[in-house]
Design a protein around this ligand. Structure first.
Ligand code: SF4
Length: 239
């Protein structure tokens, strides 16, 4: 390996880009099947699932969405739903009263303002109640195939650990990380980074000694470096 790729302090812009892309490739080899872990069939289902995923796990969301979508298959149906019924259906995801409120307002706005179709542009999506930039980018990226970086908690933590950015503002991180990669690679980057964050590069005790990108990572040593100890920290979650 090129030793310059391990030297993030005062590294040149060109080296930073090469190191970032080496991490992307290595994560791709480790997680060849990385994909959105929220089950969905279309943009509407993904939008709803993403709202439900706040303060929850994808796995838990996936346990409630089949019944929710069976009962309320489109924005018009959900906009006319009984609040208590929706609350009961989504209860396992937590914060169910606030989330029900969001879903009812969101579905009504999609019906009223966008002819019951989820819009495919960032500036339209963020006008919907309860839809922030991150949720909008998830929908753009995974439902519409538009290049967009989904700066969730994992993406932010790992981007900073990799030395891709020092920023804490997700909008700034989006720009700074986006500049290191070709736009066509943004959507695969989202999934690979998020999968790595869920499986190895945990917020607490990252599995540094069992990490495929350790040789490119300036934060190596934030977690146990002993391979036997680190291996025990590797998780295979769905959500
Ligand atoms: Fe995360 Fe450690 Fe791997 Fe760096 S070496 S990416 S901090 S697990």
């Amino acid at each position: 390996m090129d030793p310059s790729l391990t030297a993030p302090l005062d590294e040149s812009r060109a080296t930073l880009v090469r190191r970032a892309r080496a991490i992307h490739r290595s994560l791709g080899a480790t997680y060849p099947d990385a994909h959105c872990e929220l089950d969905h069939l279309d943009a509407w289902q993904l939008l709803v699932a993403t709202v439900l995923s706040a303060q929850s796990t994808d796995r838990r969301v996936n346990t409630v969405t089949p019944a929710l979508f069976a009962r309320y298959p489109d924005p018009a149906a959900l906009a006319g739903a009984e609040r208590a019924d929706v609350e009961e259906l989504i209860k396992p995801t937590g914060f169910f009263r606030a989330k029900t409120d969001s879903l009812l307002r969101l579905s009504a706005a999609v019906v009223t303002d966008f002819d019951a179709q989820v819009p495919g542009k960032l500036e339209q999506l963020v006008k919907l109640p309860g839809v922030g930039r991150k949720t909008a980018n998830v929908v753009l990226s995974d439902a519409f195939g538009v290049p967009a970086l989904t700066t969730d908690t994992h993406f932010i933590r790992l981007s900073r650990r990799f030395g891709w950015t020092q920023a804490t503002d997700p909008a700034v991180i989006e720009v700074e990380v986006g500049e290191l990669f070709q736009r066509r690679d943004w959507n695969t980057l989202n999934h690979r980074v998020i999968w790595h964050g869920r499986r190895r590069c945990h917020a607490r005790r990252p599995a540094c000694g069992a990490c495929p990108v350790a040789k490119y990572c300036p934060s190596f040593g934030e977690g146990p470096t002993d391979p036997k100890v680190a291996e025990k920290l590797v998780r295979e979650p769905r959500g």
